[in-house]
Design a protein around this ligand. Structure first.
Ligand code: GLP
Length: 242
């Protein structure tokens, strides 16, 4: 596993955006999985700007949304759907057939999971997976205690996730379950990058790197990946040097 520490959020985001762009230049039909959330926001914005400036052709790429709050409508500005469309899919002018996200309002979540697994398999697997990390060490909605070997699944959200998750919403919302790609998807991806910025992530980044690998800190799974990377800024790295 590779650890890259960048000076600040801007530099981190530039490097990650550059890696996504390069992936699409190297393999125009690449399959890319993106997290939503505060961490990848600047990456998305910079990627869209770089792609426009450099005229990169994204028309053959496929984008997969990492996760979603079950029951939250797509037009809610706190939904992952809204984030990905607003910050990534629309700025990159992706066609409907190029993007796959979970339907939070589905009457059949098990089918939604099976469909997502099937899309990823049909497209030949994920080339590049960019994920954030929750304050409890979750990846997507793979909460503490989750099996490392799951594909897409529905999960009861951890108390920390329910509390922290309110930050995305204009008004308080009831959050109870998530629908998410599994950690097996991350292990199967050809390249996986965990990104984190800010001092508030320093503690969980320390644990991700130094704790025993296990599902009490799901993000430790990145250390099992043969092409895994942790990309963070100096603030998120601040406990590593102590
Ligand atoms: C959220 C999402 C994850 C995200 C993580 C970190 O709850 N389920 O996909 O990566 O927590 O979020 P943030 O980047 O806002 O800190």
């Amino acid at each position: 596993m590779q650890l890259n520490i960048y000076k600040n959020y801007q530099e981190l985001s530039e490097q990650v955006a550059r890696q996504i762009l390069q992936q699409v230049i190297d393999k125009p039909e690449a399959v890319i999985c993106m997290a939503s959330g505060d961490t990848p926001k600047l990456t998305c914005q910079l990627l869209a700007a770089m792609a426009a400036k450099e005229g990169t052709d994204f028309s053959r790429a496929t984008f997969i949304g990492l996760d979603e709050w079950l029951g939250i409508p797509p037009d809610n500005t706190g939904s992952c759907h809204y984030f990905l469309h607003h910050y990534l899919f629309e700025p990159l002018r992706l066609a409907t057939g190029q993007v796959f996200v979970f339907d939070a309002l589905t009457a059949n979540p098990a089918k939604a999971c099976a469909d997502m697994d099937a899309v990823i398999a049909e497209k030949g697997g994920i080339d590049l997976m960019i994920v954030g990390i929750g304050m409890n060490g979750h990846i997507g909605f793979n909460e503490p205690g989750v099996s490392f070997n799951l594909h897409a699944h529905v999960i009861d959200l951890d108390e920390t996730t329910i509390t922290v998750g309110q930050k995305y919403f204009a008004e308080p919302v009831p959050l109870s379950q998530g629908i998410t790609l599994g950690l097996q998807h991350l292990l199967d991806a050809r390249k996986a990058i965990v990104i984190a910025n800010g001092a508030k992530k320093a503690g969980i980044i320390y644990k991700t790197i130094h704790n025993k690998i296990g599902n009490d800190i799901p993000a430790t799974v990145i250390r099992l990946h043969n092409n895994g990377e942790i990309a963070i800024d100096e603030e998120a790295a601040s406990m590593l040097t102590r």
